[in-house]
Design a protein around this ligand. Structure first.
Ligand code: FA5
Length: 344
C-alpha cells in the first residue's frame, strides 16, 4: 500500500507538469491516453491492486479513484482554456479593422437646460447676476411679500405641495425677487432660473413640475421700455432675428402695470393662417411681466418714489415648445432618447 501511495503521488506530479506544458488539444489527448487510457499508467496501477492483501484493497481503490478524478478535472480545465483562446483568436481574425467604427454614444444637454443656460448667458452679458434659490419656500416669500395676502384668490391655484414643516414647494420663482432685494440695495439686476411646482392637471401645455426663468431689474429711472427691449432681444436670441414681442394687459398682484408676454409664433412666423402651434393667432405666450409693484418695493425697504423696476417670469418648457416646435410639453420629461437626440 505504501508503494502504491508513493507511485500515485509520483504519477500525479508528472501528469500535472505534462498537462501544464501541453500546448494544444492533441497533446492533452495523448496525455490522457498515456495515463488514463486502457494501457495507461494509472490503469496499470489499478490492476496491481488485485495483488494486495484483501483488507488493503478498498483503501487502495479509493486512492486511485481520487487521483483519476484530479487528473480528469485538470484535463477538463486545460481543455476549456484552449477553447476560450481559440474563440478569442477566431474573433480577432474576423474583425475587419478597416470597417467604420461604431460612434460612441455621447450625451448632450437637455433642451430645457440649454434654454436656461442661453437665457442666463444673455442676461449675464447685460450685467445681470444669476441667482438660484431654494425650492421649498415659506408663505411669506411665495405670497405675502409679493402682495398676495392670505385671502387673495390667486393664492389658491398656487398653494399645492405643502411640506410637513409648513413650507411650500414654490409655485413660481418670484420669491427670488424678495430674497434678492432684501439682501441688496439698488441697483439690482438678477436672473433666477429654477424648478416650480403646481397642482395643474398634466396635459400638452402643463406639467406639475416645470421650470421658470425669473428676471428682476430695479434702479433709478427704470421704465417699461427697458423691459420691452430686453425681452425682445432675448426672444430674438432664442428664436431667431425676426421675433417680435407683444405685451397683453394682465394682472399680477406684485406688478403694476402687468402684462402677459407673447412672441411671434416661430412656426407660422405670425402669418395668422391655420397653425397647429399658435392656433392662428400668430403669437405664443411665454409668461408674465410688469413693473414691480410699489407695495413690493416698500416691503423690502426700497423707496418707490426713488426706485422703479421691472420683473418677468417665463416658463422654460413653454419656451422649448415654441423653439423646437414640439406638440406636447410632456415630451420634455419622458426620457425618450429618440426625441432628445433630435433636439441635441
Ligand atoms: C407667474 O408664475 C408669475 N410669477 C410670473 C411673473 C413674474 C409675473 C414676474 C410678473 C413678474 P404665471 O402663473 O402666468 O405667472 O406663470 C408664468 C409662466 O410659467 C406661464 O406663462 C407658463 O409659461 C409657465 N407655467 C405656468 N404653469 C405651468 C405648468 N403647469 N406647466 C408648465 N409651464 C407652466
Amino acid at each position: 500500500m505504501t508503494n502504491l501511495a508513493e507511485n500515485l503521488r509520483d504519477l500525479q506530479q508528472r501528469f500535472t507538469v505534462a498537462a501544464e506544458a501541453a500546448t494544444d488539444e492533441r497533446a492533452l489527448e495523448s496525455l490522457r491516453v498515456a495515463y488514463l487510457g486502457r494501457n495507461g499508467e494509472v490503469t496499470k496501477l489499478r490492476r496491481a491492486i488485485g495483488e494486495l492483501p484483501a483488507h488493503e484493497r478498498p483503501q487502495a481503490g479509493k486512492a486511485v479513484n481520487d487521483v483519476v478524478a484530479v487528473m480528469e478535472e485538470r484535463l477538463r480545465r486545460r481543455l476549456e482554456n484552449f477553447d476560450s483562446r481559440k474563440v478569442a483568436s477566431e474573433l480577432a481574425a474576423s474583425i475587419d479593422v478597416t470597417f467604420p467604427a461604431i460612434p460612441a454614444a455621447l450625451g448632450s444637454l437637455h433642451p430645457v437646460r440649454r434654454i436656461i443656460d442661453e437665457s442666463c448667458a444673455y442676461f449675464r452679458r447685460h450685467g445681470f447676476a444669476v441667482v438660484v434659490g431654494a425650492e421649498a419656500e415659506s408663505d411669506y416669500y411665495n405670497f405675502d411679500a409679493l402682495n398676495i395676502p392670505s385671502d387673495h384668490p390667486s393664492r389658491e391655484s398656487f398653494d399645492s405641495f405643502r411640506l410637513s414643516d409648513g413650507m411650500l414647494l414654490r409655485p413660481h420663482t418670484s420669491a427670488m425677487q424678495i430674497r434678492t432685494m432684501q439682501r441688496h440695495r439698488p441697483p439690482v439686476a438678477i436672473v433666477a432660473p429654477g424648478k416650480c411646482y403646481r397642482r395643474d392637471a398634466v396635459d400638452a401645455r402643463h406639467l406639475f413640475q416645470f421650470h421658470q426663468v425669473e428676471g428682476l431689474l430695479v434702479a433709478e429711472g427704470i421704465h417699461f421700455g427697458h423691459l420691452k427691449g430686453m425681452l425682445t432681444r432675448l426672444c430674438r436670441q432664442l428664436f431667431g432675428p425676426d421675433q417680435n414681442v407683444r405685451f397683453r394687459p394682465s394682472y399680477f398682484p406684485f406688478t403694476e402695470p402687468s402684462a402677459e408676454v407673447d412672441t411671434t409664433c416661430p412656426k407660422c412666423r405670425g402669418a395668422r393662417g391655420p397653425c397647429s402651434m399658435c392656433g392662428g393667432s400668430g403669437w405664443i405666450e411665454l409668461g408674465g411681466a410688469g413693473m414691480v409693484h410699489p407695495c413690493v418695493l416698500r416691503e423690502v425697504g426700497y423707496e418707490p418714489d426713488r426706485y422703479s423696476g421691472w420683473a418677468f417670469g417665463f416658463g422654460v418648457e413653454r419656451l422649448g415648445l415654441a423653439r423646437y416646435e414640439v406638440d406636447d410639453i410632456r415630451r420634455f420629461v419622458a426620457s425618450d432618447r429618440d426625441f432628445l437626440t433630435q433636439l441635441a
